[in-house]
Design a protein around this ligand. Structure first.
Ligand code: SF4
Ligand code: SF4
Length: 256
């Protein structure tokens, strides 16, 4: 590639999609709502970037790639020892792809971050809504009619690009026409009794020694939408296990 900026091309993320990173959206930063971009303004080191790239996995494929990576003889020592090895693996895949496919492209990763920028207010769910990926489910995990609730944000990058911005994914909310709403009945902590998540009740329940939600969310499992994309039990346990570690490290708030 001769120029630093790719002008007008659609972002080529086919190789990422084959590894389970099926969701990819390019935004022009100038077109983002200020609520999503204003945190960049007092940080001049980001001013050269004109676009942003949001990447998500959907379905169980990425987890299979991760397991293969961990069991490979060529895997660098210590890859299992990060506190968040799946995040490191996802970032590695995305960045290897960017460097191979667009060697001149300059980028800065804002999520996941493993340094002092960890607390940047990147609005992943709001970006997901703009991309058409995210509709709110009663249990607050994002959902859409293509992948159900079985997708997640795996990378958010600022790029010096000239890609064609990605059209919104045409995927509506399956909750609108879900008459019986089995997720609500299935909530083990009775945190959905009002039809929407009572977060303090959910967190309080999850912290209890007798909780059935230490490593899962029974409401999410009860949703019948797009079961073919459901994560493996091992992957579900990993993600909820990561969140319970953070939860147990924080003192409960007065509301809980
Ligand atoms: S069970 Fe119905 S209401 Fe609940 S998340 Fe699934 S589609 Fe939405
Ligand atoms: S984690 Fe448990 S308590 Fe929280 S919403 Fe899911 S099922 Fe309900």
């Amino acid at each position: 590639m001769k120029s630093d900026k790719v002008i007008g091309e659609v972002f080529n993320g086919e190789a990422l999609a084959q590894k389970g990173l099926l969701l990819q959206a390019v935004f022009d930063i100038s077109q983002l709502p200020l609520t999503l971009s204003s945190f960049l303004q007092p940080r001049p080191h980001y001013s050269k970037y004109n676009q942003a790239l949001l990447i998500g996995n959907a379905g169980p494929q990425l987890w299979s790639e991760f397991k293969q990576f961990l069991s490979s003889e060529n895997t660098p020592k210590g890859s299992k020892d990060f506190p968040d090895p799946f995040d490191h693996f996802s970032a590695k895949l995305i960045e290897e792809h960017l460097e191979q496919t667009y060697p001149s492209l300059k980028y800065a990763r804002l999520f996941p971050v493993f340094n002092e920028e960890r607390n940047l207010p990147v609005g992943l769910q709001q970006l997901g809504m703009l991309a058409g990926w995210h509709h709110e489910s009663p249990f607050k995990v994002g959902i859409n009619s293509i992948y159900g609730s079985w997708f997640a944000y795996r990378g958010f990058y600022l790029i010096e690009g000239g890609f064609k911005p990605t059209a919104k994914l045409e995927a509506d909310s399956p909750c609108i026409n879900c008459e019986t709403k089995p997720c609500i009945q299935a909530c083990a902590g009775n945190a959905l009794e009002q039809g929407t998540l009572d977060l303090p009740s959910c967190l309080n329940y999850r912290r209890q020694d007798t909780s059935r939600c230490e490593l899962t969310c029974e409401a999410r499992l009860a949703c019948p939408v797009r079961l073919e994309y459901r994560y493996s039990q091992q992957q579900i346990n990993y993600h909820y296990g990561q969140s319970i570690k953070l939860l147990k490290a924080q003192p409960p708030t007065l509301d809980e």
